[in-house]
Design a protein around this ligand. Sequence first.
Ligand code: UD1
Ligand code: CA
Length: 447
Amino acid sequence: MTTAGIILAAGKGMRMKSNVAKPLHKVCGMTLVGHTVRIMRMAGIDEINVVVSTDLAESSELNEALPTDVQVAIQTEQLGTADAMISAKSSVLGHDSIVVAPADMVLVTADTVREMVELHSNSGAFATVLGAKVDDPAGLGRIKIDRDGSTERIVEEHECDDDLLASKLINTAWYCFSNDWVWSALDSIEPATETAEVYLPRVVESAHQVGRSQAVVSQNKETGMGVNDRVQLANVESVLKQRINDLHMTNGVSLQDPASTYIDVDVEIGYDTSIAAGSHIEIGTRIGRGVEIGPGTRITASEIGDGAVVDGARVQDSVVGAGAFVGSNALLRGGADIRNGAKVGNLSEIKNSVIGTGSIVSHFSYIGDATVGKNVNIGAGTVTCNYDGRDKHPTVIEDDALIGSSTMLVAPVKIGKAAKTGAGSVVRTDVVAGDTVAGVPAKSIKS
Ligand code: UD1
Ligand code: CA
C-alpha cells in the first residue's frame, strides 16, 4: 500500500486581510503549509505535492517554507478545491491511495492521519473523510450521516438546512481516496450554483452511491479548528503552543510559567533544563541537558550546550558551549561561537566570533569578526572596530591575553599570546606575544 499526499494551498485566503498568502502565515515558527507537510511526513507519507497559485509558485517564501523534496503543482485559476486537487493528478499516479489536506487545518495529528489511512485501506472504501465534533461549526462543511449510519455527503454551510446547520460534525477537509477511483469521480462534479466552484467534498456523494464512503471522526475538538482569519490563527497557535510545552515538560523540562513560554515546533530540549517566564525558544534551536534559561530570553536557530546558563539574552544563529554563561541583555548573532565555560556578560554583543574556552567578556563590549583564544579576559567597554566604512576586518586575540577596559582594537589587528593592553588604548598595529601596550595610538610600554 503506497500513499501520496496532496496539500491544497492555492486559495485566496481573503479573510486573512494580508499581502502574505495564507499558507505562508506562521504558527509556532512554521508556516501553515510547512506544518501540513510535517504532519503528513510524521504520518509516514513521503511523497507530497503542494498545489499553489501561480503567484505563490513564483515566490521565494514558498521555497523557504517547503522541504526540497516536496513537489509543487500549480492551479492557474482558483476554481475550487476539486479543481485544485486535479492540478496535482499527474504527480500521484501509481499510488494506491491519496491523502488530501487543506493548508489551514494544522491541529490534525499524525496519529489521526495514520488511523484514517489504515481504516481506508482495511475497509475497501473509496473515500474516507476525517470529521470532527466541534463546539462552533460556523463556516465549516457538515458531514451528513444517513439513516443506516453511513457517510452520505458533505454539505457546505451555505447549503445547509436547519437540521444540518445545528450539527457539530464537521468536515476537516482531510481525506483519503482510492487513486484508481477518485479522478473520474472528480470529473463528474458539477460547479456549485452559488459560487461556481467545484467542491472536492462532493466526491463523497459518488462514493456513497456505491456504498464505499466513510468518515473517521476525531473526538478531539481541536482537530476541527481551522485558520480562516487572524483570530483563528491566534487560537490555533495557542493550542499548538500548549501541546509543545506539554511535550517538553513530559520529557523532563521545567517551565516556570508555560503560559508565557513560547517554544517553536521541532525545538529540541534536554531533560533537567529549566526555562523561566517570558522566554521564546525559536525554530531551529537545540538546547542540551541541565541548561538554565533565565527570564525573558530569546533564542533563535541556535545550539546551547549542556549545563550552560543563558540569562535574559538574545541568541541568534549562534552556539553556546557546555557550561558557558551568557548574561542579561547580551546579544549573540551571526555565528557567534561561545566555547565551553566561556562567559559573555551584561550588554555585550558578539557577532561572527569565537570566544575561546574559559574566556570572559563580562561587561558591555562589542566583539565582531574576531577569534578570541582560551582564557582571555576582555575588559568592560572593549570594541573590535571591525568596519572601516567600506569593509569588515578580522581581529585575533590569542590565548591568555588581557585586554584593558575600553580598548579599541582597530581591525585588522592581532594581539599575541598573553599580551596586555592598557585601559583606554587604541590598538592599530599587531601586538607581539607577551608584550604590553598602552596609549593612543597604543605603544609597547614593556621596555
Ligand atoms: C473547506 C471545505 C469544507 C471544510 C473546510 C475545513 C470545500 C468546498 N469545503 O472549506 O467542507 O469544512 O474546508 O477546513 O472544500 N484551495 C485551493 N484552490 C481553490 C480553493 C481552495 O487550493 O480553488 C485551497 C485553500 O488554499 C485551502 C483549502 O483549499 O487550503 C480549503 O479552501 P478554503 O477556501 O479554506 O475552504 P473552506 O471554505 O474552509
Ligand atoms: Ca478553510
